[in-house]
Write a protein that binds this ligand. Sequence first.
Ligand SMILES: Cc1cc2nc3c(=O)[nH]c(=O)nc-3n(C[C@H](O)[C@H](O)[C@H](O)COP(=O)(O)O)c2cc1C
Length: 237
Amino acid sequence: MIVLEDSFTDEEKRGFYKAIYSRRDVRSHFISKPIEENKLSKILHAAHHAPSVGFSQPWNFILIKDQATKKKIKESFDEEKRRSSQVVDEPKKSKYLSFKLEGILESPVNLCVTYDPTKFGPFVIGRSSIPEAGLYSVCCAIQNLWLSARTEGVGLGWVSILSNEILKETLQLPEHVVPVAYLCLGYVNEFADKPDLETAKWLPRLDLKDVVYYEKWEDKENSDWKEIQDLIQTNLD
Ligand SMILES: Cc1cc2nc3c(=O)[nH]c(=O)nc-3n(C[C@H](O)[C@H](O)[C@H](O)COP(=O)(O)O)c2cc1C
């Protein structure tokens, strides 16, 4: 076995997986304690060290604490939630409407993560065939941010029930800049064990064995991959 000097110790590995498995999308349970700016800065640094197509780093982070801005965004959420509920039939509609799906006003810091396709453009290595790779890069930054926040004990909730037009107007984004995520951050008094939507029996977590295919689409039983099939079956979470 090759042991690299900079490989992770068992304790470090445990910390890494703890962040992954205990990360939650948080919409309630925010407490009023402000987030220290050195912590916020650490979290933003972690986000900024995400991978990006052609090293284009196409993200920007807009920190928001102004209550008037938050109120405008919350109004957009209320309107979009109402609008989206019209495409769901009862009894799901009432259930959907009863869910708490944002913490815009209660969280001390809101953060909009944006995508700027013009950064270092127009030629970015790796983006010519799949233009969406730029957006994927921003999502990598958001995941880093989310895991770093969890590691620092800060809750984070992603709000996508919003009008991008209102977001762009309120935050004065240039026309070519895309808002990718609107996030609510703050200390919380608990991180739930499971996703809220799983607890509410909205959707279950799928079994890993049902989402892993071998060699081609929908092949779940390829005999060249027997060992991992058995491991995935017995080692669900
Ligand atoms: C792109 C994206 C958009 C999301 N939008 C919302 C949202 O508008 N409101 C909300 O309450 N949760 C939102 N979530 C959180 C998901 O509901 C949550 O990640 C999922 O239920 C699994 O729960 P967990 O993150 O706690 O593991 C969003 C998550 C992602 C990745």
